[in-house]
Design a protein around this ligand. Sequence first.
Ligand code: SAH
Length: 396
Amino acid sequence: MPAETTTPTVVVNARAVARLRAGHPWIYRSDVVSAEGAGPGALVEVKSERRRFVGTAFYSAASEIALRLLAPVKVENLAELVRQRVRNAVEYRRKVVRDTDAYRVVFSEADELPGLIVDRYKDVLVLEALTQATDRPELKQAVVVELMEQFAPAGIVERAEPRIRQLEQLGPLEGGLLYGEKTETVFTMNGVRFHHHALAGQKTGAFLDQRENYAAAAACAHGEALDVFCYQGGFALHLARVCPRVTGVDSSRPALEQAEQNAALNPGLPEVEWIEANAFDLLKDFAAAGRPYDTIVVDPPAFARSRRALHTALRGYKELNLRALKMLRPGGILVTCSCSYHVGESEFVEMLASAAVDAHRSLRILEKRGQSKDHPVVLAIPETSYLKCVIAAVIH
Ligand code: SAH
């Protein structure tokens, strides 16, 4: 990667310095004092108002998060640093990832590679650049070279989410192969097989962050099971290994078609019934009709995309969980999730307690879980922790 001749300096205020010292890598634009000469995506030196060196960061000219700290020292060779960070990320996964050939290899800030996501689906790797800095071709190239060395994949695909690129004022990107030829594969999680099409549609990929929760849910599940918001069948197909009857519900037909194809990859499982419906309506109808279940999974999309949406989000979660609780037989299992960062674990558990009271059910909490270990949570960076998964049993 060509060395930047001079590294521009960005001066930040005392609040930003304190934040960095506390281990949080973000600096908001409102805490930037001057950023002259720092172009979009530049590697910059961060200095305090007294011009003391604080660290090296990626600069974004568009985002409210103006700086993402890369290192508390000067960076002489960015490509080498990036490659080392990818190696560290891979090494960590080698220690903590079990029973799967699909997992997140690089999780942005949690792997000290802010703005970069890499997922592995067996022999196909999927890379996504979320910021101006990580979108720079020479940076992506350094990542690709290291990934080739680590995994010898059959394909490395770049994925682009238009909404994120727009926020970063990055030009549109089709997405496509960065290396190799393969863009489709079959991967296995906990012994269950799934298709992966790295280039099909915008939102592709599995919910790798739920992988350990799939296994935990299957360990408690029994009887007749309902997977609400089933997407491509992540929970449903795991439940089908232990439950004689499983129904999956989602409003997206393409997701259900994929779920059906995933089911076909796993011969020997009981047939899963896939229903295309609005989950709110379906739960209301099923609850009113008194349809009982022994296991229900509720894993909706993020309802709270901002702190302001929290109240409405909690109402949505409560309605779903209330109806699900009413439908569970005594001894039944509820697996309930929220992937909204803005809904904290205590708020989520309070919501569940309130739903249980209204449903006249008494619940025993079996497990309070989060995201799989390949989506590590960094204590000093609360934003790295977003997934909640509570497994509860109905006492009566
Ligand atoms: N449980 C899944 C992930 C769910 S993602 C897994 O582990 O793979 C959320 C899903 O909710 C998406 O598939 C989306 O299509 C679906 N969805 C969103 N709104 C919905 C609604 N009102 N009713 C039913 N499904 C909905």
